[in-house]
Design a protein around this ligand. Sequence first.
Ligand code: NAG
Ligand code: NAG
Ligand code: NAG
Ligand code: ZN
Length: 658
Amino acid sequence: MKFAPQIDAQFVTVVVAVLGALAEEVEGITDARLVQGTNVNLGEALQFLREFDIEASRICFRVSSARWTYSTNMTDFNKRRMIEEQTLQAKFDKLSWKRAVSFDWTRLPDPMVRRQLKQLITNSRASLTDEKYNEIYHLISEMKDIYSHIRICPFNSAERLYCDLELEPDVTRIMSNSRNHLELAHIWREWHDKVGPPMKNKFMRYVQIANQAARMNGFLDAGEEMRYVYDDPEFEIEISESWKRLQPLYKELFTYVRRKLLQAYGPNIVRQEGPLPAHLLGNLWAQDWSKIIDLVAPYPEYRSVDITDEMLRQGFTPLRMFQMAEEFYTSLGLKPMPPEFWRFSMTDKPNDRKVQCTASAWDFCNKIDYRIKQCTEVNMEDLISTHHEMAHIQYYLYYSEQPYLFRDGANPGFHEGVANAISLSVFNPVHLHRVGLFNENTDTYETNINFLMLMALRKVAFAPFALLVDAWRYEIFQNGVQNMNSAWWELRLRYQGIIPPIPRTESHFDAAAKRHIPADIPYMKYYIALLLEFQIHNSMCFAAGHVGTLHTCDIYRSREAGRVLSDLFKVGKARHWKEVLKMLTRGQSERISADAMLQYFQPLLLWLKVQNKNESVVGWMTNLEEEALFQPFLFGGGVNHATDFSFVLFMLITVKLM
Ligand SMILES: *[C@@H]1O[C@H](CO)[C@@H](O)[C@H](O)[C@H]1NC(C)=O
Ligand SMILES: *[C@@H]1O[C@H](CO)[C@@H](O)[C@H](O)[C@H]1NC(C)=O
Ligand SMILES: *[C@@H]1O[C@H](CO)[C@@H](O)[C@H](O)[C@H]1NC(C)=O
Ligand SMILES: [Zn+2]
């Protein structure tokens, strides 16, 4: 995870007061990425950007500091201070936007100036009136609040007096570990029924205002505005083409997993040729299937890679894990962590106060302070995570000389893509062997297939989900909120082959079960990051002179691979991400592509094809009963009659390709 200064919505009440005076109405201006003035004086633009840079960095430092203080010491006092700083930042953002739109950026002669102004102007809700600006932030804040306060009832009826299960860790743990399908269905239903309905109306209003803001900025709807950060007219085409390439691999994986689930749960729960019910895949959203590796491991008699015991035996500490991660980067010729990093990072969970434990990497925007916050435990997962977070810090360090607006990944997928690409080298039997943590013979066919299966359950299984969350949001912004629940399930079925375990209607709001929806956080970046992860891994491995299958590549100690990274890091966001991709691929391509990912999983694909040879359907065929689970209106009778169809039609609806 990368920490990004984000406006917390509670500031709003204060903002109303603060902003009252300064807002002239801009409502009414219709075109544009053009909400723009007439000033074409380059000197004034440069002057504005210079001032902006200093002030934005200063404010970012203050907000980051206040957020850090709160995240590492969660008191009411610290929370209030953080909100105060965020309020000032919101005020500053709106002011800066107003100054930026006084320029006609399209006619300024300096490309870097144009690029910065454009970035300031577009993708902002600052064009809204204060009233609506505040309303939408209130709505988001309330939805986030509802989400974070959901508590659900346990399965065991003797314990239902205590309906106090939280998403983390309880719900996640049960979805991962339980193999009782009744319990899984219960938890699934509890979560979805409790999250969605209370925020449905708020979400509908949010859609309305977000669309208004987008239209004022010259977009057709808020979905178009969300896509605009990629600044690429071919964006949707590239996305759908990459998915077409991935889909055969996904379907093979899906089919194999379905057979294993059928063996585990029986034909009343899993239909041989059908889609999969959402509650059996080890994850509340069926987005990561790695927790059911016990049910699907290709060669269960071969041990999987787990070095936690070895780390404990060797007396690892959190500090040593951080030092090891640092040594990984210096071995590539990248930078050591600065002294402030070692002084101020939170590497252990303190026991004298409440902290937010989610691992994150921080840039304090002053070119000095960079920190990681992680409640590190001595285990394999946290060792990988330490390397991952430190990749974000490397990125920060290398683009620190860029102007404030360019201190970011080349597009929203780059930060995660890079950090995960590093993880591909680190969570890798070859690497763990090289650093003395794994001493078994890793190079048998069976262990390789086991390893690739685990990776596929994480990465390949995630691809359709990563894609559909925003595909749904785009659709809602474009077509409106009627039937938004069946639209959600229609996409989940089309991309993932997933159906709800119990009937759903429009009184439910199942997309809200994923936090990014109520919290207004874009999701497509995770799909981009997933493809980039393998593209970047591939490029680094090529530079490192790696021969052999891609999943065995470890870039450790390769200065050449380090060079690929530092070149990419330094650019930050100063150039279009397509240019960065072109540089990364040595001029070969500037497209987001699934090729590297397919290459990585090629040995597994061959194995899966053999396993699925006898299957009548690779992928899924959906019958009417399954469709009726979420589209009762199609069948006139309502969900309660869905079972009437059981023996009637067995209509095969081929899954639409996209
Ligand atoms: C945590 O924050 C409180 C202020 O709310 C402060 O008094 C206390 O010293 C802080 N604790 C630590 C360990 O920094
Ligand atoms: C249900 O909870 C009760 C009380 O904690 C416990 O005694 C019982 O064994 C549990 N039953 C099951 C099936 O887990
Ligand atoms: C496919 O079916 C044949 C004949 O029943 C059987 O011998 C073979 O083992 C099956 N293959 C797989 C991968 O299950
Ligand atoms: Zn990250």
